[in-house]
Write a protein that binds this ligand. Structure first.
Ligand SMILES: [Cu+2]
Length: 165
């Protein structure tokens, strides 16, 4: 008797939570519909971009419209960041996570005029360039958070971060 009662209670509880899960699923699907339509093709391999960590990094990205969380590139030898995307004054991706030993290559798109890459504490710095195809690279050997900016356009939110862990 007791066993049967608890089993029925359990089933009812399960049904209730399943209903909630379905409801949440619908809401989530609707709000992310336009994202998957025009989204990043390279995200399709993962389990969706919605689970991406999006820390504030003490407000480092407050003026950066394309900051969409930390792109996980751990385990890759080399990662490319575009310099001068969006309106021409952004890095893409703005934030990425890599493993020690990874080389990050910044590649200028040619848009937005003259840019550079300057680590906030001077750990690396490129020259200023406006040339499409210009590249700068840095190999990250030590763990940590490396905040960098484009000096001419920092006030427009042209900043980025490389998290090495
Ligand atoms: Cu710039």
């Amino acid at each position: 008797m007791t066993e049967r009662f608890s089993r029925r209670t359990f089933l009812r509880a399960t049904a209730a939570s399943t209903g909630l899960a379905l409801l949440a699923g619908c809401t989530g699907g609707a709000s992310s519909g336009d994202q998957s339509g025009g989204g990043n093709g390279d995200e399709s391999g993962g389990d969706g971009g919605e689970s991406r960590d999006k820390p504030s990094f003490d407000g480092w990205f407050d003026r950066t419209p394309n900051y969409d969380g930390v792109h996980d590139h751990t385990g890759e030898d080399s990662v490319t960041v575009e310099v001068g995307t969006g309106n021409g004054y952004l890095f893409e991706p703005a934030a990425l996570k890599v493993s020690p030993g990874t080389t990050v290559v910044w590649e200028w798109t040619g848009a937005g005029g003259t840019h550079n890459v300057q680590e906030r504490d001077g750990k690396f710095e490129s020259e200023l360039s406006a040339a499409e195809g210009f590249t700068f690279e840095h190999t990250f050997d030590e763990t940590g958070e490396y905040k960098y900016r484009c000096v001419p356009h920092e006030s427009l939110g042209m900043v980025g971060i490389v998290v090495v862990e």
